[in-house]
Design a protein around this ligand. Structure first.
Ligand code: NAI
Length: 336
Protein backbone atom coordinates (compact mmCIF):
# COMPACT_ATOMS: atom_id res chain seq x y z
CA UNK A 1 0.00 0.00 0.00
CA UNK A 2 1.21 3.51 -0.87
CA UNK A 3 1.08 5.92 2.09
CA UNK A 4 0.49 9.59 1.41
CA UNK A 5 0.49 12.54 3.83
CA UNK A 6 -2.25 14.83 2.52
CA UNK A 7 -1.55 18.37 3.77
CA UNK A 8 -4.01 21.26 4.05
CA UNK A 9 -6.94 18.84 3.79
CA UNK A 10 -10.45 20.24 3.57
CA UNK A 11 -13.79 18.45 3.89
CA UNK A 12 -14.45 18.91 0.17
CA UNK A 13 -11.20 17.09 -0.75
CA UNK A 14 -11.96 13.86 1.04
CA UNK A 15 -14.79 12.07 -0.83
CA UNK A 16 -13.07 11.92 -4.22
CA UNK A 17 -9.58 11.23 -2.84
CA UNK A 18 -10.92 8.48 -0.55
CA UNK A 19 -12.71 6.90 -3.48
CA UNK A 20 -9.77 6.94 -5.92
CA UNK A 21 -7.36 6.03 -3.08
CA UNK A 22 -9.37 2.92 -2.17
CA UNK A 23 -9.53 1.84 -5.81
CA UNK A 24 -5.73 2.08 -6.11
CA UNK A 25 -4.54 0.77 -2.73
CA UNK A 26 -3.40 4.19 -1.54
CA UNK A 27 -3.89 5.34 2.06
CA UNK A 28 -4.22 9.09 2.52
CA UNK A 29 -3.58 10.58 5.96
CA UNK A 30 -5.62 13.79 5.87
CA UNK A 31 -3.84 16.56 7.78
CA UNK A 32 -5.33 19.97 8.47
CA UNK A 33 -1.86 21.52 8.75
CA UNK A 34 -0.15 23.15 5.80
CA UNK A 35 3.23 21.69 4.86
CA UNK A 36 6.14 23.79 6.10
CA UNK A 37 9.26 23.34 8.22
CA UNK A 38 7.15 22.98 11.40
CA UNK A 39 4.83 20.30 10.02
CA UNK A 40 7.09 18.31 7.70
CA UNK A 41 7.70 15.68 10.39
CA UNK A 42 4.10 14.52 9.98
CA UNK A 43 5.20 12.98 6.66
CA UNK A 44 7.53 10.45 8.32
CA UNK A 45 6.77 6.93 7.17
CA UNK A 46 4.99 8.12 4.03
CA UNK A 47 5.96 7.48 0.41
CA UNK A 48 4.57 10.78 -0.88
CA UNK A 49 3.16 14.12 0.22
CA UNK A 50 0.10 15.58 -1.45
CA UNK A 51 0.12 19.40 -1.36
CA UNK A 52 -1.96 22.38 -2.44
CA UNK A 53 -1.26 26.00 -3.34
CA UNK A 54 -0.40 27.35 0.10
CA UNK A 55 1.84 24.55 1.28
CA UNK A 56 5.40 25.84 1.37
CA UNK A 57 7.67 23.20 -0.15
CA UNK A 58 10.99 25.01 0.12
CA UNK A 59 14.53 23.61 0.09
CA UNK A 60 14.60 22.89 3.83
CA UNK A 61 11.27 21.02 3.67
CA UNK A 62 12.49 19.04 0.66
CA UNK A 63 15.69 18.02 2.47
CA UNK A 64 13.66 16.81 5.45
CA UNK A 65 11.25 14.87 3.22
CA UNK A 66 14.19 13.30 1.40
CA UNK A 67 15.69 12.31 4.76
CA UNK A 68 12.43 10.57 5.75
CA UNK A 69 12.48 8.55 2.53
CA UNK A 70 9.55 10.40 0.95
CA UNK A 71 9.88 10.03 -2.83
CA UNK A 72 7.18 12.16 -4.38
CA UNK A 73 5.57 15.59 -4.09
CA UNK A 74 2.11 15.20 -5.65
CA UNK A 75 0.64 18.63 -6.24
CA UNK A 76 -3.13 18.73 -6.50
CA UNK A 77 -2.95 22.06 -8.32
CA UNK A 78 -1.86 23.31 -11.72
CA UNK A 79 0.48 26.02 -10.37
CA UNK A 80 3.75 24.83 -8.78
CA UNK A 81 5.37 28.12 -7.75
CA UNK A 82 5.25 26.98 -4.09
CA UNK A 83 7.63 24.06 -4.73
CA UNK A 84 11.37 24.65 -5.04
CA UNK A 85 11.90 22.43 -8.06
CA UNK A 86 15.63 23.10 -8.18
CA UNK A 87 15.96 21.87 -4.61
CA UNK A 88 13.85 18.81 -5.41
CA UNK A 89 15.93 17.88 -8.47
CA UNK A 90 17.59 14.51 -7.87
CA UNK A 91 15.92 14.09 -4.45
CA UNK A 92 12.17 13.99 -4.87
CA UNK A 93 10.00 13.62 -7.93
CA UNK A 94 7.28 16.19 -8.49
CA UNK A 95 3.99 15.94 -10.39
CA UNK A 96 1.10 18.36 -10.83
CA UNK A 97 -2.41 18.41 -12.28
CA UNK A 98 -2.01 20.55 -15.40
CA UNK A 99 -5.69 20.82 -16.23
CA UNK A 100 -8.64 19.73 -14.12
CA UNK A 101 -11.25 22.20 -15.23
CA UNK A 102 -10.00 25.30 -16.98
CA UNK A 103 -13.71 26.10 -17.44
CA UNK A 104 -14.12 26.40 -13.67
CA UNK A 105 -11.51 29.16 -13.43
CA UNK A 106 -12.48 31.01 -16.62
CA UNK A 107 -16.16 30.95 -15.65
CA UNK A 108 -15.32 32.25 -12.17
CA UNK A 109 -13.38 35.12 -13.71
CA UNK A 110 -16.47 36.05 -15.73
CA UNK A 111 -18.70 35.59 -12.67
CA UNK A 112 -16.55 38.08 -10.76
CA UNK A 113 -16.55 40.51 -13.68
CA UNK A 114 -20.34 40.42 -14.09
CA UNK A 115 -20.90 40.70 -10.36
CA UNK A 116 -18.66 43.74 -10.25
CA UNK A 117 -19.86 45.67 -13.29
CA UNK A 118 -23.58 44.96 -12.64
CA UNK A 119 -23.23 45.52 -8.84
CA UNK A 120 -24.87 42.15 -8.11
CA UNK A 121 -23.07 41.93 -4.76
CA UNK A 122 -24.70 45.16 -3.65
CA UNK A 123 -28.14 44.32 -5.03
CA UNK A 124 -28.09 40.93 -3.26
CA UNK A 125 -27.49 42.57 0.11
CA UNK A 126 -30.08 45.25 -0.52
CA UNK A 127 -32.98 43.02 -1.52
CA UNK A 128 -32.35 40.71 1.46
CA UNK A 129 -33.23 43.74 3.58
CA UNK A 130 -36.20 44.63 1.34
CA UNK A 131 -34.31 47.65 0.04
CA UNK A 132 -35.41 47.84 -3.57
CA UNK A 133 -33.69 51.14 -4.39
CA UNK A 134 -31.56 51.22 -7.55
CA UNK A 135 -29.50 54.26 -6.55
CA UNK A 136 -25.78 53.62 -7.04
CA UNK A 137 -26.30 50.35 -8.93
CA UNK A 138 -25.72 51.64 -12.46
CA UNK A 139 -23.22 49.41 -14.23
CA UNK A 140 -21.94 49.27 -17.79
CA UNK A 141 -22.36 46.95 -20.79
CA UNK A 142 -19.57 44.47 -21.45
CA UNK A 143 -20.61 44.40 -25.11
CA UNK A 144 -18.15 46.41 -27.18
CA UNK A 145 -15.59 46.79 -24.39
CA UNK A 146 -11.95 45.80 -24.88
CA UNK A 147 -10.66 43.05 -22.61
CA UNK A 148 -6.92 42.43 -22.30
CA UNK A 149 -6.00 38.84 -21.45
CA UNK A 150 -2.52 38.21 -20.04
CA UNK A 151 -1.65 34.55 -20.63
CA UNK A 152 -3.45 32.64 -23.37
CA UNK A 153 -3.03 29.07 -22.13
CA UNK A 154 -5.84 26.71 -21.23
CA UNK A 155 -7.74 29.08 -18.94
CA UNK A 156 -6.99 32.30 -20.81
CA UNK A 157 -8.28 30.90 -24.08
CA UNK A 158 -11.56 29.72 -22.54
CA UNK A 159 -11.96 33.14 -20.94
CA UNK A 160 -11.40 34.68 -24.39
CA UNK A 161 -14.18 32.50 -25.86
CA UNK A 162 -16.53 33.54 -23.06
CA UNK A 163 -15.71 37.23 -23.60
CA UNK A 164 -16.30 36.91 -27.33
CA UNK A 165 -19.71 35.46 -26.52
CA UNK A 166 -20.47 38.73 -24.77
CA UNK A 167 -19.47 40.73 -27.85
CA UNK A 168 -16.28 42.04 -26.28
CA UNK A 169 -13.17 42.91 -28.26
CA UNK A 170 -10.27 40.74 -27.09
CA UNK A 171 -6.58 41.59 -27.16
CA UNK A 172 -3.92 39.46 -25.51
CA UNK A 173 -0.33 39.32 -24.34
CA UNK A 174 1.64 36.10 -23.90
CA UNK A 175 5.35 35.45 -23.75
CA UNK A 176 4.68 32.50 -26.05
CA UNK A 177 1.75 33.50 -28.31
CA UNK A 178 -0.38 30.62 -29.62
CA UNK A 179 0.50 29.98 -33.26
CA UNK A 180 -2.76 28.30 -34.24
CA UNK A 181 -5.19 30.99 -33.17
CA UNK A 182 -7.02 34.10 -34.31
CA UNK A 183 -6.10 35.96 -31.11
CA UNK A 184 -4.94 39.57 -31.56
CA UNK A 185 -1.63 39.68 -29.72
CA UNK A 186 -0.21 43.03 -28.61
CA UNK A 187 2.67 44.08 -26.38
CA UNK A 188 2.04 44.23 -22.65
CA UNK A 189 2.21 48.03 -22.73
CA UNK A 190 -0.36 48.23 -25.50
CA UNK A 191 -2.64 45.85 -23.61
CA UNK A 192 -2.35 47.99 -20.48
CA UNK A 193 -3.11 51.16 -22.44
CA UNK A 194 -6.05 49.88 -24.51
CA UNK A 195 -7.99 47.59 -22.17
CA UNK A 196 -11.18 48.47 -20.32
CA UNK A 197 -10.84 45.18 -18.47
CA UNK A 198 -7.63 43.26 -17.77
CA UNK A 199 -7.70 39.58 -16.75
CA UNK A 200 -4.59 37.71 -15.60
CA UNK A 201 -4.15 34.08 -16.66
CA UNK A 202 -0.35 33.62 -16.68
CA UNK A 203 1.61 31.62 -14.09
CA UNK A 204 3.56 33.23 -11.27
CA UNK A 205 7.25 33.28 -12.22
CA UNK A 206 10.19 35.60 -11.53
CA UNK A 207 9.17 37.47 -14.71
CA UNK A 208 5.49 37.83 -13.84
CA UNK A 209 5.81 38.69 -10.13
CA UNK A 210 4.19 42.14 -9.76
CA UNK A 211 3.52 42.31 -13.50
CA UNK A 212 0.80 44.69 -12.33
CA UNK A 213 2.66 47.30 -10.29
CA UNK A 214 2.40 51.09 -9.93
CA UNK A 215 4.07 51.66 -13.29
CA UNK A 216 1.71 49.25 -15.07
CA UNK A 217 -1.33 50.78 -13.38
CA UNK A 218 -0.06 54.20 -14.47
CA UNK A 219 -0.36 53.08 -18.10
CA UNK A 220 -3.93 51.82 -17.76
CA UNK A 221 -7.16 53.57 -18.71
CA UNK A 222 -8.97 55.41 -15.96
CA UNK A 223 -11.70 53.16 -14.61
CA UNK A 224 -10.04 49.89 -15.68
CA UNK A 225 -11.37 46.68 -14.12
CA UNK A 226 -8.64 44.25 -13.05
CA UNK A 227 -9.41 40.54 -12.59
CA UNK A 228 -6.95 38.14 -10.99
CA UNK A 229 -7.85 34.46 -10.75
CA UNK A 230 -4.26 33.33 -11.29
CA UNK A 231 -1.79 33.98 -8.45
CA UNK A 232 -1.84 36.82 -5.92
CA UNK A 233 1.73 37.99 -6.38
CA UNK A 234 1.08 38.89 -10.03
CA UNK A 235 -0.29 42.11 -8.53
CA UNK A 236 1.55 44.46 -6.19
CA UNK A 237 -1.34 44.80 -3.73
CA UNK A 238 -0.03 48.12 -2.33
CA UNK A 239 0.03 49.60 -5.83
CA UNK A 240 -3.47 48.26 -6.49
CA UNK A 241 -4.77 49.87 -3.31
CA UNK A 242 -3.20 53.20 -4.29
CA UNK A 243 -4.67 52.88 -7.81
CA UNK A 244 -8.14 52.33 -6.36
CA UNK A 245 -7.78 55.22 -3.88
CA UNK A 246 -6.66 57.50 -6.73
CA UNK A 247 -9.81 56.44 -8.71
CA UNK A 248 -7.55 55.17 -11.49
CA UNK A 249 -8.64 51.57 -11.04
CA UNK A 250 -12.41 51.36 -11.36
CA UNK A 251 -12.81 47.91 -9.83
CA UNK A 252 -10.80 44.87 -8.80
CA UNK A 253 -11.97 41.26 -8.80
CA UNK A 254 -9.57 39.14 -6.82
CA UNK A 255 -9.73 35.39 -6.31
CA UNK A 256 -6.11 35.37 -5.17
CA UNK A 257 -4.06 37.69 -2.99
CA UNK A 258 -0.34 38.11 -2.43
CA UNK A 259 -0.43 37.16 1.25
CA UNK A 260 -3.35 34.74 1.05
CA UNK A 261 -1.51 31.81 2.63
CA UNK A 262 -2.06 33.23 6.12
CA UNK A 263 -5.76 33.96 5.61
CA UNK A 264 -7.57 32.12 2.82
CA UNK A 265 -9.38 28.76 3.08
CA UNK A 266 -10.24 29.24 6.79
CA UNK A 267 -13.22 30.71 8.65
CA UNK A 268 -11.81 33.82 10.33
CA UNK A 269 -15.15 35.51 10.88
CA UNK A 270 -14.76 35.60 14.68
CA UNK A 271 -11.31 37.18 14.53
CA UNK A 272 -9.74 40.56 13.88
CA UNK A 273 -8.02 40.41 10.48
CA UNK A 274 -4.33 41.17 11.00
CA UNK A 275 -3.70 41.97 7.35
CA UNK A 276 -4.70 45.63 7.21
CA UNK A 277 -4.11 45.89 3.48
CA UNK A 278 -6.49 43.01 2.76
CA UNK A 279 -9.03 44.45 5.20
CA UNK A 280 -8.81 47.80 3.40
CA UNK A 281 -9.22 46.16 0.00
CA UNK A 282 -12.25 44.19 1.19
CA UNK A 283 -13.77 47.37 2.62
CA UNK A 284 -13.72 49.05 -0.79
CA UNK A 285 -17.13 49.06 -2.53
CA UNK A 286 -15.51 48.32 -5.90
CA UNK A 287 -13.39 45.35 -4.79
CA UNK A 288 -14.68 41.78 -4.77
CA UNK A 289 -12.58 39.15 -3.05
CA UNK A 290 -13.19 35.40 -3.19
CA UNK A 291 -10.78 33.14 -1.34
CA UNK A 292 -9.11 31.18 -4.12
CA UNK A 293 -12.31 29.38 -5.05
CA UNK A 294 -12.14 29.67 -8.83
CA UNK A 295 -11.21 25.99 -9.13
CA UNK A 296 -13.97 24.78 -6.82
CA UNK A 297 -16.50 22.92 -8.93
CA UNK A 298 -17.63 19.31 -8.59
CA UNK A 299 -16.10 18.49 -11.95
CA UNK A 300 -12.76 19.99 -10.98
CA UNK A 301 -12.61 18.19 -7.60
CA UNK A 302 -13.29 14.85 -9.30
CA UNK A 303 -10.64 15.47 -11.97
CA UNK A 304 -8.06 16.71 -9.45
CA UNK A 305 -8.40 13.55 -7.36
CA UNK A 306 -8.35 11.23 -10.37
CA UNK A 307 -5.25 12.83 -11.94
CA UNK A 308 -3.36 13.15 -8.64
CA UNK A 309 -3.96 9.47 -7.86
CA UNK A 310 -2.92 8.48 -11.40
CA UNK A 311 0.28 10.54 -10.96
CA UNK A 312 1.06 8.84 -7.64
CA UNK A 313 0.44 5.36 -9.05
CA UNK A 314 2.48 6.02 -12.21
CA UNK A 315 5.51 7.42 -10.41
CA UNK A 316 5.61 5.16 -7.36
CA UNK A 317 4.68 1.93 -9.17
CA UNK A 318 7.16 2.45 -12.00
CA UNK A 319 5.00 3.70 -14.85
CA UNK A 320 5.23 6.79 -17.07
CA UNK A 321 3.70 9.97 -15.76
CA UNK A 322 2.96 12.72 -18.30
CA UNK A 323 2.49 15.25 -15.51
CA UNK A 324 5.91 14.88 -13.90
CA UNK A 325 7.86 18.15 -13.72
CA UNK A 326 11.55 18.38 -14.59
CA UNK A 327 14.15 21.08 -15.10
CA UNK A 328 15.63 20.92 -18.59
CA UNK A 329 18.17 23.52 -19.79
CA UNK A 330 17.24 25.66 -16.80
CA UNK A 331 13.53 25.64 -17.74
CA UNK A 332 10.71 23.87 -15.93
CA UNK A 333 8.52 21.59 -18.02
CA UNK A 334 7.09 18.10 -18.26
CA UNK A 335 9.80 15.43 -18.18
CA UNK A 336 8.51 13.75 -21.38
P1 NAI B 1 -1.25 27.35 -18.96
O1 NAI B 1 0.13 26.87 -18.67
O2 NAI B 1 -2.13 26.55 -19.85
O3 NAI B 1 -1.18 28.85 -19.55
C1 NAI B 1 -0.34 29.84 -19.04
C2 NAI B 1 -0.02 30.80 -20.16
O4 NAI B 1 0.77 31.86 -19.61
C3 NAI B 1 0.79 30.17 -21.29
O5 NAI B 1 0.22 30.47 -22.55
C4 NAI B 1 2.18 30.80 -21.14
O6 NAI B 1 2.85 30.96 -22.37
C5 NAI B 1 1.81 32.13 -20.53
N1 NAI B 1 2.95 32.80 -19.89
C6 NAI B 1 4.01 32.24 -19.27
N2 NAI B 1 4.87 33.20 -18.86
C7 NAI B 1 4.33 34.38 -19.24
C8 NAI B 1 4.74 35.72 -19.11
N3 NAI B 1 5.90 36.04 -18.51
N4 NAI B 1 3.94 36.70 -19.61
C9 NAI B 1 2.79 36.38 -20.23
N5 NAI B 1 2.34 35.12 -20.38
C10 NAI B 1 3.10 34.13 -19.89
O7 NAI B 1 -1.93 27.57 -17.52
P2 NAI B 1 -3.48 27.59 -17.18
O8 NAI B 1 -3.97 26.21 -16.92
O9 NAI B 1 -4.18 28.44 -18.16
O10 NAI B 1 -3.43 28.33 -15.75
C11 NAI B 1 -3.02 29.67 -15.63
C12 NAI B 1 -2.79 29.99 -14.17
O11 NAI B 1 -4.05 29.97 -13.48
C13 NAI B 1 -1.95 28.95 -13.40
O12 NAI B 1 -0.57 29.20 -13.52
C14 NAI B 1 -2.41 29.14 -11.97
O13 NAI B 1 -1.54 30.04 -11.34
C15 NAI B 1 -3.80 29.75 -12.11
N6 NAI B 1 -4.86 28.90 -11.56
C16 NAI B 1 -5.68 29.42 -10.59
C17 NAI B 1 -6.71 28.66 -10.06
C18 NAI B 1 -7.67 29.23 -9.03
O14 NAI B 1 -8.40 28.46 -8.40
N7 NAI B 1 -7.72 30.52 -8.82
C19 NAI B 1 -6.89 27.27 -10.47
C20 NAI B 1 -6.01 26.84 -11.53
C21 NAI B 1 -5.02 27.63 -12.03
Amino acid sequence: MIKVAFYDAKAYDRPSFERFGAENDIHFTFLEAKLNEDTVALAQGCDAVCVFVNDNVNGAVIDQLHGYGVRLIALRSAGYNNVDLKAADGKLRVAHVPAYSPYAVAEHAMALLLTSVRRVHKAYNRTREFNFSLNGLAGFDLHGKTVGVVGTGRIGRIFIDICRGFGMHVIAYDLFPAKDSDIEYVTLDELLERSDIISLHCPLTDETRHIIDAEAIGKMKKGVVIINTSRGALIDADALLEGIKARKVGAACLDVYEEEAEVFFEDRSGHILNDERLARLISMPNVIVTSHQAFLTEEALYNIAETTVNNIVAILRGGKCPNELCIKDGKIGHCG
